[in-house]
Design a protein around this ligand. Structure first.
Ligand SMILES: *Cc1c(COP(=O)(O)O)cnc(C)c1O
Length: 712
């Protein structure tokens, strides 16, 4: 037998080094938390940081005391089985991709709170895509950027105003490995510009079976400014933005070349990485000695583009000068004139005043493109009709694949256990089949309700701890005395967490404060609301929205029933979606591309209360949650806001609140639980990332890979 001491420590290290642990909390997080709960919290649930701070002897001693050996060994075995399993769905269905994987490009990836390289929905979606691709065994490689300061940490001050902190990552605290080139030295990719060349080293993170490559410009040889290029997400000006995108697209494609990996599919998650298409074209021109136009045609056959932005202003555009400065050298390699190059990113190639749009480049040079919900598909076809002026709207080649969430990453362990016993142990691999969720009917109402209440209590404990810390920092003595009276598990609890962008209308529910007060203070049937969300550092309007809510939450009158939790991130989101009764979403239709946070509450037993936009527009059936209004729109913003808030209060007063407080003799809200179950049954199998990734494979990846293998 090998030395048990180093063994246990090194096994935990191996577990910590593969993000598979992020979706098996019951196997690993719980063990580390058993070993040292205080340290586990202190390192913010980061297992690499945790393992850096304990010695093999300490691990051995604690594990013996707590009899944890067999559990840790079990987790280790499960990971190995997972990684080595060749019997996956992908192995059976993705034959053509096995030698030529999908290259999945994204400017952000949300995988866990300890890896802050995401800002919101786009990143979480990309992270969930990787995790499901791993579970399904899809040959896929992720490519992104390593941000040393992430997006930002949000703190509120005494006036409820958002302040931003930037904390530098310690790369030793992340499960990163340097990627080696073919000569066995750490890989450096280089992109030449008219001024100084741009260099980046490459890190790799293991996400289950999937490799995620991250470019990092903080190396010697770069100017100071370029060393900071990958420090923040969405932080800089246009110049920083184009340099980041140069690195992501062109640098990212060069990583693959350095590893001798030739992608069968390029999947661009949003337009930030569109330059990857051109680098792939350059490679094909050189390799096959064919002209630009033919190479572009070939690459477009295997390029898949997913757009996420339903507002014209949200698409990246660069001036001709910026393009020439940064892509001039590259353009000459392609043998294109400035005008021809600009034409690739222009709606009207002849219009020399038009800027270069990354989305236009992607749409023009990909054979397959999609929006992220049915309604967003419609919006996108309308928006980009200009690229195909001679076609009617329904023939614009943009389809849709509705987003889904990676269930095991968002499901509470308590619910997971309940499903294990009631739905059969294999439910996670069969979740896209409706019959799995039919069995939810067999779960005892009281047991489901109890489980949900336990999760709500956990959420309330979490919120109180956060508010206590905040109050200590701000010296709010009154608030400190009041902490134990904040929120009540018996009260209907509404979660409302989102980016504080104006179109999301995070303040819609406080539009009529008098009417809301009546609901909050109703002696028999009160409600309470938990808010969270960040405003972009330069979005003053969003910050004012947020401040209004934060200030209400500080007042004596509302502090028990309106709370604002700082620093909305993966961790805050997980607590919220697992514990609330109702998830509130109030975007201005049709500006929510999909919205995925509401999908996260479904299997945890939460009900959606949402405007009929994004995914909810195709999900709501009248009984699996609640709708705000009927999907109407109005050109006058004030009118639309007024109507929607009216609908919101009405739905709360007439439907949501009465249903929640209607109890049977055992205190169970049986009609409410019926709706919880109906939501699980009608939504569980559809709005998950396994279904989404399979859709991408069947509708896009395989046809794209097949198109190239038959083209000569
Ligand atoms: C899921 C999630 C989002 C995306 O949610 P929306 O519904 O698009 O607002 C944003 N941020 C975090 C932290 C999330 O977990």
């Amino acid at each position: 037998m090998t030395d048990m001491k180093s063994n246990l420590h090194s096994r935990l290290r191996t577990l910590a080094d593969n993000l598979w642990w992020t979706w098996h909390p019951e196997l690993i997080s719980n063990r580390l938390s058993d070993l040292d709960p205080r340290l586990w919290r202190q390192v913010d649930h980061n297992p690499v940081a945790f393992m850096n701070q304990v010695t093999p002897a300490q691990v051995e001693e604690r594990a013996s005391e707590l009899v944890l050996h067999s559990r840790i060994n079990y987790a280790f075995r499960r990971l190995n089985e997972y990684v080595e399993d060749h019997n996956t769905w992908g192995a059976i269905h993705c034959g053509n991709l096995n030698n030529r994987p999908v290259a999945y490009f994204s400017a952000e990836f949300g995988l866990h709170e300890s890896i802050p390289i995401y800002s919101g929905g786009l990143g979480i979606l990309a992270g969930d895509h990787l995790k499901s691709a791993s579970d399904l065994g899809i040959p896929l490689i992720g490519i992104g950027l390593l941000y040393h300061q992430g997006y930002f940490c949000q703190r509120l001050n005494k006036d409820g105003w958002q302040e931003e902190d930037y904390i530098n990552l310690d790369v030793n605290m992340l499960p990163l490995r340097p990627v080696m080139d073919s000569k066995g030295v750490p890989m450096v990719v280089r992109v030449d510009t008219r001024s100084n060349p741009l260099l980046a080293r490459v890190w790799e993170i293991q996400v289950g079976r999937i490799r995620l490559m991250l470019l990092d410009s903080n190396i010697e040889g770069n100017s100071q400014k370029d060393r900071e290029l990958t420090s923040r997400l969405y932080g800089g000006d246009h110049e920083q933005r184009i340099r980041q995108e140069l690195l992501l697209g062109i640098g990212g494609a060069r990583i693959l070349q350095g590893l001798n990996i030739f992608p069968g599919v390029l999947h661009l998650n949003e337009g930030h990485s569109s330059f990857a298409i051109l680098e792939e074209v350059r490679r094909i021109m050189e390799y096959d000695q064919i002209p630009f136009k033919r190479a572009l045609r070939r690459v477009s056959l295997y390029t898949v583009f997913t757009t996420h932005t339903p507002v014209a202003a949200g698409h990246d555009r660069f001036s001709p000068d910026l393009i020439e400065e940064h892509l001039g050298v590259f353009r000459e390699n392609l043998g294109l004139s400035h005008r021809d190059f600009m034409a690739l990113g222009r709606v009207n190639p002849a219009d020399s005043a038009e800027t270069f749009c990354m989305t236009v480049l992607a749409l023009k040079s990909s054979r397959r493109a999609n929006g992220v919900s049915a309604i967003h598909g419609d919006v996108s076809r309308l928006m980009w009709n200009c690229l195909w002026p001679d076609r009617i709207e329904s023939e614009i080649p943009i389809g849709h694949i509705t987003n889904g969430v990676h269930i095991l990453s968002w499901l509470a362990p308590q619910m997971y256990q309940l499903f294990q016993t009631r739905l059969g142990q294999d439910w996670p691999s069969r979740m896209i089949h409706p019959d799995v969720w039919e069995k939810v009917a067999d779960i005892d109402d009281a047991e489901l309700w109890e489980t949900h209440q336990t999760l709500k209590m956990r959420l309330i404990g979490f919120v109180r701890r956060r508010l206590q810390k905040q109050a200590e920092r701000l010296g709010q003595r009154d608030m400190l005395k009041h902490i134990e009276h904040i929120l009540d598990p018996e009260v209907l609890t509404i979660g409302c967490a989102r980016r504080f962008a104006t179109y999301k209308r995070g303040d819609l529910i406080v539009a009529d404060l008098e009417r809301l007060t009546r609901l909050l203070k109703d002696p028999r049937r009160p409600i309470q609301i938990i808010f969270a969300g960040k405003a972009h550092p330069r979005d003053n309007e969003g910050k004012h929205l947020l401040q209004r809510i934060a200030q209400l939450s500080y007042t004596k009158k509302f502090r028990s029933s309106i709370v604002f939790v700082e620093n909305y991130d993966y961790n805050v989101a997980r607590h919220l979606v697992q514990g609330v009764d109702v998830w509130l979403n109030t975007p201005r239709r049709p500006l929510e591309a999909c919205g995925t946070s509401g999908q996260k509450v479904v299997l945890n037993g939460g009900l959606n209360l949402s405007v009929l936009d994004g995914w909810w527009n195709e999900a709501y059936d009248g009984k699996n949650g609640f709708a705000i209004g009927h999907g109407g729109m109005h050109n006058d913003l004030a009118v639309q806001n007024q109507r929607d808030s009216e609908y919101l209060y009405e739905t709360l007063e007439r439907e949501v609140i009465p249903l929640y407080y209607q109890r049977d003799v055992h205190g169970v809200p049986s009609q409410w639980v019926k709706r919880m179950k109906h939501a699980m049954q009608t939504l569980g199998w559809r709005f998950n990332a396994d279904r989404m990734v399979k859709d991408y494979v069947e509708r896009f990846y395989l046809p794209a890979a097949n198109a190239t293998s038959t083209e000569t």
